[in-house]
Design a protein around this ligand. Structure first.
Ligand SMILES: O=P(O)(O)OC[C@H]1O[C@H](O[C@H]2O[C@H](CO)[C@@H](O)[C@H](O)[C@H]2O)[C@H](O)[C@@H](O)[C@@H]1O
Length: 520
């Protein structure tokens, strides 16, 4: 007995069932085993009193000398007695409003299976039957696919489920039991310990090759395993490679990379605009902003940088220079899935103060940056599962990012932007011999992964200097990290300076240079 077991809800649902389906009056009995509570408290005492009152009320109204509809067993129950109850029960009902696993349904199923030739109350060798009505809020509920799942706060639905459980034809009760028993008997302690060990082995496979860092403070402290090659980007090395390169590709994420994720004003600073514009002015450079943001705001913010390429909405839209049109990456015009995703997001927005929805042209985003951190990320996790099941047959992918859950068109990724930019340079006969790719978010990992494979795909010149760099020290597919956006800007400023010093001394550029070719 505790306040989360939802016993009062079960008793109320049973009462409702007797009222809705009078055929069960005189026939159905609810045996409520309530082991005495471990603690005491005013709320628990109130709960116990309420349960006793409810049981009394039902027994008064529907019972008689020979029939007591509710039997409340509120004393310690030895295991043998519990097994006896389980073995004869047509159905087990668990209506806890919060619980970890709750082993009762598993124990019940095993007891209903019994041992051939010794089943108390069961036809010794006949078919077995078991029925479960389970709260959707308990850990074991998803694993028992034959169970009828209920929201225990919904008394009427729980009453309907109880009636259904005991009314179903025997053949269906058998089928459901077979499902239950198959699961319980194959997922035993040996199974769990085996899979736990396998998982440990998988995770620790490269244990000795990794290096371990402790990051964060207090409750935020965690140990991180990273590749031994993962190291801080040395700006001098980047500058040297930049100076030596003939054709450079620079791919930059926006949020968290050029502007700190914590900034209230997310527009680029005058300094960022000046640096980016100066990098674009170098004819050896192809510079792209590769962002999840929409094309309107990126185009507007970077309007001073005429030669800047922009890949907006993770590359759904691409524009090579300001005077060119936006290209759409894939010929998908069916966005009906947005009408399925939006109501789900609205549901979570209503219950999560500080969250909001951002509808873009090819994607829809749920943002929880200003919600309570713990609650916001718990809601985001739940919403991700919810959206994945609702949109399972749609041509979309559902991803998490920095304080966001995003649904976007399948096949659109920052990785394909990197490939497009580099293959365009190859087509123009100017394959990149310097690639710098910086980002902070999960969506940037696609870009890092692709950039790591460009040499084998012949998308860059032999011996190319590749710098894939994540912002913040965290496990990443990038080989390098910089601590924050400030360090990124500092590095880009150093590169812009190199370009500026060359511009003051260089000869007029030849028309073969990639920067002069507007037909890209
Ligand atoms: O690819 P990025 O440049 O990193 O852009 C990713 C997302 O950026 C925007 O969201 C971010 O800013 C919001 C406030 O301006 C903030 O609420 C959110 O938590 C950040 O992730 C943009 O709104 C998204 O559409 C982009 O996907």
């Amino acid at each position: 007995m505790d306040i989360f077991k939802g016993i009062h809800l079960k008793v109320l649902a049973f009462e409702k069932m007797l009222r809705l389906y009078p055929k069960w009056q005189g026939r159905a009995v609810l045996i409520q085993v309530a082991n005495p509570a471990r603690g005491r408290g005013w709320d628990l005492m109130m709960m116990e009193a309420e349960i006793h009152k409810l049981c009394w009320r039902i027994n008064e109204e529907f019972g008689n000398d020979e029939y007591k509809p509710v039997m409340l067993v509120d004393r310690p129950v030895p295991i043998v007695e519990r097994i006896a109850f389980y073995s004869i029960a047509e159905c087990v009902v668990v209506t806890a409003v919060r619980d970890g696993m709750n082993l009762t349904p598993y124990e019940y199923v095993v007891c209903r299976q019994g041992i051939a030739g010794s089943g108390p109350g069961l036809d010794a060798d006949g078919p077995r039957k078991s029925m479960l009505v389970l709260s959707e809020f308990i850990g074991c509920s998803p694993s028992l696919s034959g169970a009828i799942r209920v929201n225990p706060w919904d008394i009427e639905s729980t009453a309907e489920a109880m009636n259904e459980a005991i009314s179903l034809p025997d053949a269906e009760k058998q089928l459901r039991h077979e499902k239950h028993y198959r699961y319980v008997s194959t997922h035993d302690v040996a199974y769990w310990s085996r899979s736990f060990l396998q998982e440990m082995e998988r995770i620790c496979k490269d244990h000795s090759k990794k290096i371990y860092w402790g990051i964060g403070f207090g409750l935020g402290f965690r140990v991180m395993a990273v590749d031994p090659d993962f190291r801080e980007l040395n700006v001098d090395d980047v500058v040297t490679a930049y100076e030596m390169a003939k054709n450079r590709a620079i791919l930059l994420d926006y949020d968290g990379t050029l502007v700190p994720q914590t900034s209230f004003n997310m527009t680029p600073s005058a300094e960022v605009i000046r640096i980016i514009d100066s990098l674009c002015a170098d004819k050896k450079n192809v510079v792209f902003i590769v962002s999840g943001r929409g094309r309107a705001s990126l185009g507007n913010w970077f309007s001073p940088c005429e030669r800047l390429g922009i890949a907006a909405e993770h590359g759904y839209f691409m524009r090579w220079t300001q005077d060119q049109d936006w290209e759409i990456c894939c010929q998908i015009s069916d966005f009906r899935w947005m009408q399925m995703a939006e109501p789900v997001m609205k549901l979570y927005t209503e219950s999560t103060d500080g969250s909001s929805i951002e509808a873009k042209e090819s994607a829809i985003v749920w943002r929880h940056q200003y919600a309570d951190p713990g609650f916001g990320s718990a809601q985001a996790k739940e919403m991700l599962d919810h959206l994945e099941s609702v949109l399972a047959n749609e041509p979309v992918s559902v991803k998490r990012g920095e304080f966001i859950v995003e649904v976007k068109t399948q096949g659109v990724s920052k990785g394909s932007v990197a490939e497009k930019v580099l293959s365009s340079m190859v087509e123009k006969g100017r394959p990149a011999d310097f690639v710098l790719c910086v980002g902070d978010d999960r969506s940037d990992e696609d870009m890092f992964e692709d950039v790591a494979g460009v040499t084998t795909k012949n998308l860059v010149a032999p011996g190319t200097s590749l710098f894939a760099c994540t912002v913040g020290q965290k496990p990443s597919k990038a080989k390098y990290y910089l601590d924050d956006a400030v360090d990124v800007i500092r590095m880009l400023a150093a590169l812009a300076e190199v370009s500026a010093s060359w511009r003051t001394t260089e000869q007029p550029s030849s028309s073969a240079e990639i920067g002069d070719d507007t037909s890209r």
